[in-house]
Design a protein around this ligand. Sequence first.
Ligand code: 13P
Length: 295
Amino acid sequence: MLVNLRDICAIAEQNNMAIGSFNAPSFEAVRATLDAAEQTGYPVILSHAEGHDPMAPLDKIGPTMVALAERSSALVCVHLDHCENLSYMRRALEMGFTGAMFDGSYLPYDENVANSQRAADMCANYDCGLECELGSMGAREAGARDEGGTAEESGAIYTDPDQAADFIESTGLDILACSFGTVHGIYKGEPHLSFDVLREIRERANVPLVMHGGSGVSDEDYHKAIDAGIRKINYFTYGSKFAGEAAQECIAKKRAANPDALVYWHDMTMSAYERYLEVTIETMKVFANGAKPVA
Ligand code: 13P
C-alpha cells in the first residue's frame, strides 16, 4: 500500500524505530526492497535519487515504483531522494510519489530556506511529505562523489541545532536530514557519529530526523542514533556492493566448473537480487530496534 512520508515516519516515531530508505536504481533493487518489506512486515521507503537518473530514468523507474508500491501488501512510501531541481520534483509528484527530499544543503542558508519553502508549497499541493537537509555531508548522492572517507575528509559541516530550529519553522518541512558524522559511500575507517547534535535538535524542534550515508554504520550506532531521534535511515552503497559481489561470485563459480561456461545476464541479476534481498531483510530488522513488525 502506498503511504505518505509523514505517516511512515509517524509509525517509526510511535515504535522508536527507523524506517529504511533504500535507493533502488534497478528493477532488481526495487523488487528486493519490496519483497524484504513484505517478508519482514516492516514499512519501507523506496527511494529514487535524482543523481541516479542516468542509470534509472525517472520516467521509467518512477511509474514502476509507484505501481508496485500500490500493489504491495507492505506499507511503502515512494520517495524522491536528494532532489536539487524543483522541476524534477514536480515530475515525481505528478507520478504519485508520496515523499520527496529537497536538498539545498550546498546553498547559502537563506537560499536553502527559500528553495525549501518553494518545495514545501509544491509538496502541499500534491499531499506529499517533505524532507530537507541542513548542514552538509560533503560528498552528496547527486553529482560528483568522492566515495566516502571520513566526515572531515568529505568536507562535512555538522547541522547547527539552533539554526535547525529556525530552518524547520521557516520551511514547513516534515522531516530533517542532519549531518552528524555519516558520509555517503564507503567508509575508510570507523565512522564517528555525534549523537549530541541529534539530541540537541530534538530538544529544540521535535521532528523526525534522517540519517544519510546509512550503509556501513555499526548496529550499535544505528540503535544509538534511533534512540536520539533518527526515524529514517538512507541505505545504499554497501547493499549495492554486496549485490555486485554476488554477481561476480556467480560468474566465478560458473567459470570454475567450466572455463567456457556461458554466463547469462539473468544469472547475474538473479544472484544480485537474492543477496540484496538477504541484506535488506537483515538491515530492516536492525533498524526496527526491537519493534515488532507493523503490517
Ligand atoms: P549510502 O550510499 O552511503 O548508504 O547513503 C545512502 C544515502 O544517504 C542516500 O541518500
